[in-house]
Design a protein around this ligand. Structure first.
Ligand code: URP
Ligand code: ZN
Ligand code: ZN
Length: 458
């Protein structure tokens, strides 16, 4: 058989283990794995034993979101250079749009501009929960548009995103009927509002007080509420960006009790402690939930290793330093940090290279796990015959800097500028096309496909 590309002699992670072998790709699909005959016209790349894994599936990106500096171009460039080939992004209604229309217009923009396959998950707003009829109409519209998941917020009353427990349970019941997964941003609004008022009244406005306003308990209670509502409704529920030592335990307890619930964390909750909020550039480290203590970080690594957390997302929001400059009080600093490019290499370097997780857990957390949860496995998240040829090749000994100028995400902020990774993706293929090589993005003309409900394997 003739192939479009042969990746020869890689150390390929497939079928749960490493195999020194070759991969044949035709029409964007993996069509052969093993000893492959050269046929005239094949484009062969010799990998000389480099590590080959399924391309990253980032379950949590805000490319373009929140008035940040993010664009589809810089978000997908950073993703591709960092080995990520599928982005599960969010949409949010602006004043002139409703939740369904906002999702549809984001699908259109990504279809026109993104070189990577993608999905769009609407972030719902408080106005969506006005009545059961309104919610029903929204979920019907989302189902028709092929949407596979939504995100609900248990906080941000001030930003018009909050939903109360009654509304969340109702949304889960309706979402279940329409086969739509519910993602929860789990932070209890009552604790946060109370703490924020007290801190601001006492004149405590520095970045570390962002963390003080959102103590572990504010997350733990909201995760427990979400787990109970998930059980009651029978809905599939995914708790995003978990950060505390208790959250994975709550999720695990609920799963043992038959609840269809999953937990995600992010590199920032695995690497950076709240001390970073005390530095000169503390505002750049403000995200929600906030950075935590060393004991939370250690517990989160243990949860990754033991399978109590199921995915690692970047929660990428690329603000600029100017937008998070010193002196802005913590309650006015835009929340969110960049990370679409560094998610996969950081987890490899800090996780596998430091012996905290196995290679299998790494692949599961950054690719196969999210693909399974979102129903797009084994098309995504696997190196196998018939899977999309979405592949990352990692030079496991390459040292790579993490200063903003070493990266390509369209921001001058980097949380990890003081660090280097051991291991970095040197070649990334999406749909059989080389989209990045040695830190250079390649414009192939490829346009990514929207992964909708029709693509879900249930
Ligand atoms: O601080 C964060 N995480 N900002 C992004 C929005 C969200 O809640 O995920
Ligand atoms: Zn969130
Ligand atoms: Zn987010």
């Amino acid at each position: 058989m003739a192939f479009d590309i042969i990746l020869r002699d890689g150390n390929v992670f497939y079928g749960g283990g490493l195999h020194r072998t070759s991969i044949g790709i035709k029409d964007g699909i993996i069509t052969a794995i093993g000893s492959i005959e050269e046929i005239g016209g094949n484009n062969t790349i010799n990998l000389h034993g480099k590590l080959v894994i399924p391309g990253g599936v980032d379950p949590h990106t805000h490319i373009e979101g929140y008035s940040s500096a993010g664009t589809i171009k810089n978000g997908t460039t950073g993703a591709a250079i960092g080995g990520t080939t599928t982005v599960l992004d969010f949409s949010q209604a602006t004043e002139n749009e409703d939740t369904v229309r906002a999702a549809e217009s984001k699908i259109k923009r990504f279809s026109e501009q993104s070189p990577l396959d993608f999905t769009v998950k609407p972030m719902m707003v408080t106005a969506d929960f006005e009545s059961e009829e309104k919610l029903e109409g929204i979920f019907m519209g989302l189902q028709k548009s092929g949407i596979m998941a939504v995100k609900l917020f248990t906080t941000y009353k001030n930003l018009g995103r909050y939903a109360n427990n009654y509304q969340i349970l109702m949304a889960m019941q309706i979402a279940r009927k329409h086969g739509i997964m519910v993602q929860i941003h789990a932070e209890n609004n009552d604790f946060i509002e109370g703490n924020m008022d007290a801190l601001l009244r006492a004149g405590k406005t520095g970045p570390v007080y962002h963390a003080r306003s959102k103590p572990d308990i504010s997350e733990d209670i909201a995760v427990a509420d979400a787990a109970i509502a998930a059980k009651e409704s029978g809905s599939k529920v995914y708790c995003v960006h978990l950060s505390t030592k208790n959250s994975p335990e709550i999720i695990d307890m609920a799963r043992k009790n038959g609840t269809d619930i999953y937990g995600e964390t992010c590199p920032q909750y695995l690497i950076l402690d709240e001390e970073y909020l005390n530095g000169d550039r503390g505002n750049e480290y403000i995200c929600s939930p906030p950075l935590r203590k060393k004991s939370d970080i250690d517990a989160m690594w243990n949860a990754l290793a033991s399978g109590k957390i199921h995915a690692v997302g970047s929660d990428h929001v690329p603000f600029l330093r100017e937008q998070k400059k010193p002196g802005i009080p913590f309650n006015k600093v835009p929340n969110g940090v960049p990370g679409i490019e560094t998610r996969l290499p950081l987890l490899f370097s800090e996780g596998v290279q430091k012996g905290r997780i196995t290679l299998q857990r790494f692949v599961d957390l950054i690719s196969s796990g999210p693909a399974r949860i979102f129903g797009i496995y084994p098309r995504k998240g696997a190196i196998d015959i018939g899977s999309d040829a979405d592949i990352a090749v990692i030079d496991t000994e390459m040292e790579h800097g993490l200063r903003a100028e070493d990266l390509h995400m369209g921001t001058d902020i980097s949380l990890y500028g003081h660090m280097k990774t051991r291991g970095w993706p040197v070649l990334t293929l999406a749909g059989g096309k080389i989209v990045a090589e040695n830190d250079v993005f390649t414009e192939t003309g490829r346009r990514g496909k929207f992964l909708g409900r029709g693509d879900i394997n249930e």
